[in-house]
Design a protein around this ligand. Structure first.
Ligand code: ATP
Ligand code: MG
Ligand code: MG
Ligand code: MG
Length: 560
């Protein structure tokens, strides 16, 4: 591509609306332009990269035996009514009516469409397994579009759907997709880790999200420091809750509540539903002097009351009364020593709730105690999963960090095939629902994640595999005919070799050309300047400071 002819939209200024590096650079390097919130138009350079990422995805999907199709983005409501999701999907779905008043949506995902397709076309187990995919534009009216194409309202997704005759088949299909995803993200140069995800009603380890660790990620991911356990926060919470339920069973066997130890109480509070924040306050001797619970009081006060041996409905108490009562209960005369433990409750949030406060003794509790009014100090909040907690797999310590979900693989089972009556004739002649899996990759989000992981102060640093162009050939002095001629010759020869090259033949200063090549992230740069009198040019890699002076003929070996 000759840059004098190209729609070049690089800009020096950092656009005010862009908060994160990838968003800023996609605008600055001229990859895209915003049309309206969460909706972008791809410019030549952006489209070039998008195609590269799509092709990596396509090649690996094809290698894994999946077949590409292209479904329509316009989907009739009937399909969604059959699966029960027309009402369930909510405001994220973009809906409209055709001229005959028939309901449609712009597809946010395509389980229904693919299930419908397969139910009409596939009749027998002999035609299974099959995995169909598409790379297509999806529409979701996100509550909060942000960070450019990281969370946009229109985005490109690769979505695949597998259909098997039995569970073993699904396991195989799922594992194939898992491996394909590992290859895809590796080839894109991003470090994405498969983490266990909560698969809701279906249960089991049937869903994994591919997460890129990133400060700008919108998800919390739990990693074990000692083993390879990794899960998204929802899954980790669910596992923690399961464990807690087991412990609760044991706790119930303790008969005299007042005999409980601090550990028993901590365990108990971890078993109550996680929407309730639980706070225990200890005195200097490590005894519980106060328990604070917020949330759904009706359910919870009873639970707390039972845990503590029964609460009489007491009047609202002042801080002093609380102190007196709790101190009396534990026989401790001094001021309450509030011990800080693990994650801190945000004081602002705490202020909004009323608590039950009391000692580990029957009758010494107050309702409706307000943190700010009746209590001050730092409080510890026992959440189910926090950094430093125990790994459910190996007992090591876990760390929570932020992550971006770039892909998601999911064993659906018969959820959609049952609901939509999608059946095949099995080996024994009976009709059975397809056993399904679905597998998504956010292609445009992946593109942004690549930039997030590969950039420096001067701009993007594309990994070679997805670079829009591999080489940029720059004539230092555009008024020098010889330089221009040689630059063009190199460019032509590279192009003939099948190398995707840019020729910067613009009437610009060399500095501007270098800056743009860096901003656009082109991996290799060939600079044609004064050294051509000795038959030489300069060669530089984007991710390396060194400049090599080489013979013109060596350019072609270097680049290959
Ligand atoms: P998120 O949790 O980020 O909202 P999701 O779980 O709703 O994503 P899926 O339904 O699993 O998304 O879709 C498959 C993939 O599509 C996601 O893993 C993500 O990479 C991508 N994706 C989802 N929503 C968006 C969006 N609004 N903008 C860009 N990519 C998206
Ligand atoms: Mg979402
Ligand atoms: Mg998600
Ligand atoms: Mg998801």
């Amino acid at each position: 591509m000759k840059m004098s002819k190209m729609l070049m939209l690089t800009m020096k200024e950092v656009p005010a609306e862009a908060e994160i590096a990838s968003h800023q650079l996609m605008l600055r390097a001229g990859l895209m332009r915003k049309m309206v919130s969460g909706v972008y138009n791809y410019m030549p350079l952006g489209l070039q990269v998008l195609k590269k990422v799509e092709n990596v995805v396509r090649e690996e999907m094809n290698n894994a035996g999946a077949q590409e199709i292209l479904a329509s983005a316009m989907i009739p409501a009937e399909l969604w009514q059959q699966s029960g999701r027309w009402d369930a999907y909510g405001a994220e779905m973009i809906r409209f009516k055709d001229r005959n008043d028939r309901d449609f949506c712009l597809g946010p995902t395509h389980e229904e469409v693919f299930t419908d397709l397969v139910r009409s076309e596939i009749k027998s187990y002999k035609q299974l397994p099959i995995n169909l995919y598409q790379i297509q534009t999806k529409y979701r009216d996100e509550r909060r579009p942000r960070f450019g194409v990281m969370r946009s309202r229109e985005f490109v997704m690769k979505d695949a759907y597998s259909f098997d005759k039995d569970q073993e088949g699904l396991d195989l299909s799922y594992n194939k997709m898992h491996d394909a995803y590992v290859n895809i993200f590796k080839r894109c140069g991003i470090d994405a880790k498969a983490v266990e995800a909560d698969s809701g009603a279906i249960g089991g380890s049937n869903s994994a999200e591919f997460m890129v660790q990133s400060e700008v990620g919108e998800d919390d991911v739990v990693f074990c420091d000692s083993c390879n356990y990794a899960a998204n926060i929802e899954k980790a919470q669910a596992v923690a809750e399961e464990c807690a339920k087991e412990e609760l069973k044991e706790l119930k066997e303790i008969e005299t509540p007042n005999a409980r130890t601090i550990e028993d109480l901590v365990k108990f509070f971890n078993t109550t539903e996680k929407k309730f924040a639980k706070t225990l306050i200890f005195n200097a001797d490590g005894k519980i002097v106060a328990v604070m619970v917020r949330g759904d009081r009706e359910v919870n006060e009873t639970k707390v009351a039972n845990a503590l041996g029964g609460v009489n409905s007491l009047e609202m108490a002042s801080a002093e009364e609380v102190l007196k009562a709790t101190n009396a209960a534990v026989g401790f005369a001094g001021p309450i020593n509030i011990k800080v433990d693990t994650l801190l409750v945000d004081a602002e949030v705490t202020k909004m709730y009323n608590f039950i406060v009391g000692a580990n003794k029957t009758g010494y509790h107050f309702e409706n105690v307000n943190y700010d009014r009746d209590f001050k100090g730092t409080v510890g909040d026992f959440r189910n999963v926090t950094s430093g907690e125990t790994c459910p797999k190996c007992g090591g310590k876990v760390t929570i960090s932020r992550g971006t979900e770039v892909g998601h693989i999911f064993k659906l089972g018969t959820k959609y095939s049952e609901a939509m009556d999608a059946k095949f004739i099995a080996e024994d002649g009976t009709k059975k629902p397809f056993i399904m899996g679905c597998y998504g990759i956010g292609v445009t989000r992946t593109l942004a994640s690549i930039i997030e992981q590969h950039h420096d102060d001067n701009g993007i640093v594309w990994p070679l595999q997805v670079a829009p162009y591999q080489v940029s050939v720059i004539a230092v002095n555009s008024k020098d005919e010889e330089q221009m001629r040689i630059a063009e010759e190199i460019y032509n020869k590279l192009t003939d070799m099948g190398v995707e090259a840019l020729l910067d033949d613009r009437k610009e200063r060399a500095g501007v050309k270098f800056k743009d090549a860096d901003l656009m992230g082109i991996p290799m740069r060939v600079t044609v300047g004064k050294k051509i009198v000795d038959g030489q040019v300069e060669f530089k890699l984007r991710n390396c400071e060194d400049i090599e002076v080489i013979n013109i003929d060596d350019v072609y070996n270097k680049v290959n």
